[in-house]
Ligand binder design. Structure first.
Ligand code: PLP
Length: 393
């Protein structure tokens, strides 16, 4: 059976060019980048080139890119690193402003920092029914002890893109640091750090057709953060541990490809996304789009099917070879309604009928047509057995 992967917000396949770029660093170029001999120098040269590539992709300086094990670590490093560097938890108190719809890597780090002894208060800014943060709410939440604002660039569940330039300007005006999680937006929206006032930014390789277990944190020159990992002096002392050279080379290659293919990727994804959204709404009654209609990632279609159990729909689609998700992958083991969809003001039954389709570079029009072909029958079947559908088909 043909398999169709529509879950690119969860992870992506490694691009074949990325695989090729990485291969030598598992074999003949296996050196430790800290070693002084030629093996080490080859590795350290590759690391430098990768750092330059990622910096260029963001409009940043090479010295502002720190490689990590992925988006989760980058988010932890940004939040805990700023608080620790500011003496928070050691006599000082600190305040963080974030949004209610952040990725768990931010939300659970905030909950940890709010815990006993860590000295932090956190304000969670609500979003509108379209998923947007109002920059005015962020400005109103700033206090004398606010040390950091962290608002994600694009949401992983609903694809809503936040006005980070405006939020960054508010942060800067108030002398507060601004971090953004750009794991989902990189390669799908323009990011130029010469133009937007962002102090820290998180990236992850496996969301952009690179390998898993690699990412980066951009830290603007002059911003003080404390390391979470102590050991050798890797990554300018900010992140100890022998560098994952092959992974970093692959990540940099993926970032380069994302920049090179930006325009064609975006137009391809937008076309498929709109085909899927419009086609579904035209073919099936009582379907709604979750999240903002236009301030939205080109590859995200989060659709709400009334009177349908999302999990059952996911399984029926899987039988047809189509991979989608309900809520977010990180919480798929639990049936807790998604915190993102709850924040939009949706009722639990509406949330349980929501399906996230996230498209990728390799998806085709034929695949979308196939999805549009099988969806009505699946929805019809599920509505026929739904106790809440009231006979609705
Ligand atoms: C996937 C994701 C992360 C976590 O990145 P990992 O590299 O998987 O740790 C963080 N934030 C967002 C928005 C994500 O989509």
């Amino acid at each position: 059976m043909k398999r169709i992967y529509l879950d690119h917000a969860a992870t992506t396949a490694v691009d074949s060019e990325v695989m090729q770029a990485m291969a030598p660093y598992f074999a003949e170029a296996f050196g430790n980048a800290s070693s002084l001999h030629s093996f080490g120098k080859d590795a350290s040269r590759a690391l430098g080139a990768a750092r330059q590539t990622v910096a260029d992709a963001l409009g940043a300086g090479m010295g502002e890119i720190f490689f990590t094990s992925g988006g989760t670590e980058s988010d932890n490093l940004a939040l805990k690193g700023v608080m620790m560097a500011g003496g928070v938890g050691r006599g000082e108190r600190g305040h963080i402003i974030t949004s209610a719809i952040e990725h768990p890597a931010i939300l659970n780090t905030c909950r940890y920092l709010e815990g006993a002894g860590h000295g932090c208060d956190v304000t969670y800014i609500p979003v509108g029914s379209d998923g947007l943060v109002d920059p005015g709410d962020v400005a109103d939440a700033i206090r004398d002890d606010t040390k950091l604002i962290s608002i994600m660039h694009a949401n992983n569940e609903i694809g809503t893109i936040q006005p980070i330039a405006e939020i960054g300007a508010i942060a800067r005006k108030n002398g507060v640091l601004f971090h953004t999680d750009a794991v989902q937006s990189f390669g799908k929206t323009e990011i130029d750090l010469r133009k937007i006032p962002v102090d820290m930014l998180s990236l992850s390789s496996h969301k952009i057709y690179g390998p898993k277990g690699v990412g980066a944190l951009y830290v603007r020159d002059g911003v003080e953060i404390a390391p979470l990992m102590h050991g050798g002096g890797h990554e300018s002392g900010l992140r100890a541990g022998t560098e994952n050279v092959a992974g970093i080379v692959g990540f940099a290659k993926a970032a380069m490809l994302a920049i090179e293919r930006f325009a064609p990727d975006c137009s391809h994804l937008t076309k498929l996304r709109d085909m899927l959204i419009k086609g579904t709404i035209a073919a099936i009654d009582d379907v709604h789009l979750n999240g903002h209609p236009t301030e939205r990632l080109p590859n995200n279609a989060n659709l709400r099917f009334d009177f349908v159990e999302g999990e059952a729909m996911l399984l029926h689609l899987d039988v047809k070879g189509i991979a989608v998700s309900t809520g977010s992958a990180c919480s798929s083991a639990s049936s807790e309604p998604s915190h993102v969809l709850l924040a939009l003001g949706l009722a639990p039954e509406e949330i349980h009928g929501s399906i996230r389709f996230t498209l990728g570079r390799e998806n085709t029009e034929e695949e979308i047509l196939y999805v549009l072909d099988v969806l009505p029958e699946i929805v019809g079947k599920l509505r026929a057995i739904s106790p809440i559908a009231g006979g609705k088909r």
